[in-house]
Design a protein around this ligand. Structure first.
Ligand code: GLY
Length: 306
């Protein structure tokens, strides 16, 4: 059964991917086409052009793709000046012997593959970035910026929306191949070079067409420590139901007692056509998009509470 699951931020590209899956398109290519629209949409304030910069006012994007038929992965992290960055992750998967590129190397590869050098800092993000940073800095820090210690500031300032949000697409195509694609601008005002979970296979995403797929949004600092997406797919391989596999992953998250602790949203599908989205400790109501081929149109639904 063809199906597509994505988080609420996926609205600019969800219908594009549904249309391609309906026409028989392959899951990864269809999802990369849809997610590119999310990355270019300025109204989506956590991904791509509409996202937030790092502490130095520079955009650094993370993305990942995984093909559940082959377990091939492509990922990029802390990439400057490049949209759509999920398409660049797909290029890594198709054209390099590597799984992941970061920073300047990823940008170099983008140029080799014909990606333009994009202006990616939205003027409103630039204005808000500087206003918030100024409020946190002493006159001495302000005078010396950016040649100051950034770590104390990165502990003090966080995302205006107080999320480390992401867009995730999990899909199953006409050949029953399951794939997953992720993209994010990461934690706003992050320390330069910080990677979230979105480019980390096993943490922010994982797919195996025989069992299912999982992808996470929000606090990558937790899912990276638990290997959350891989835990869920491995549990299904070991015979857990989708619900019990997610429950196990939530138990692992709740065992964390130190480090940065906040909310995580788990999105998962299984090879039998089930899906579930679970909100672990996010204060706001979490919604997601779902479509399968039995439905006339995609629906925006409310996630379960862990
Ligand atoms: N989940 C996205 C991030 O941690 O950046």
């Amino acid at each position: 059964m063809k199906m597509l699951l994505a988080n609420a931020e996926a609205w600019p590209g969800f219908d594009t991917t549904v249309g391609l899956l309906k026409q028989g398109g392959a899951s990864i290519a269809a999802m990369v086409s849809g997610i590119a629209k999310v990355e270019r949409e300025a109204k989506v304030r956590s991904v791509g052009y509409g996202g937030w910069p790092n502490m130095l006012g520079e955009m650094e994007f993370d993305a990942g793709v995984m093909d559940g038929a082959t377990r091939d992965v492509g990922a990029v992290g802390a990439v400057p000046a490049t949209l759509p960055v999920s398409a660049l992750a797909y290029e890594v998967m198709q054209h390099l012997p590597h799984v992941m590129l970061t920073g300047a190397g990823a940008r170099r590869f983008a140029s080799e593959r014909g990606f333009a050098v994009d202006e990616v800092l939205h003027p409103d993000s630039k204005r808000v970035w500087w206003e918030r940073l100024q409020k946190e800095m002493s006159p001495e820090q302000l005078a010396a910026f950016p040649d100051i210690a950034l770590a104390p500031l990165s502990n003090a300032i966080t995302d205006p929306e107080r999320v480390r949000d992401t867009t995730v697409f999990l899909g199953r195509d006409a050949t029953d191949n399951i794939g997953v694609v992720t993209s994010t601008s990461g934690w706003a005002w992050k320390y330069p070079g910080r990677l979230g979970d979105s480019p980390i296979p096993g943490a922010g995403f994982y797919a195996d067409s025989r069992y299912g797929a999982a992808a996470c949004t929000h606090t990558g600092e937790m899912t990276m420590r638990c290997g959350t997406s891989r835990s869920i797919v491995l549990a299904m391989r070991l015979g857990y139901s989708l619900q019990d596999a997610i429950k196990l992953a939530v138990e692992e998250l709740s065992e964390l007692k130190s480090g940065f602790l906040a909310g995580v949203v788990i999105h998962a599908i299984d090879a039998k056509g089930n899906h579930q989205v679970v909100n672990y400790r996010c204060e706001e109501e979490i919604r997601y998009w779902y479509w399968d081929e039995r439905m006339a149109a995609p629906e925006l639904r409310v996630a379960a509470q862990a």
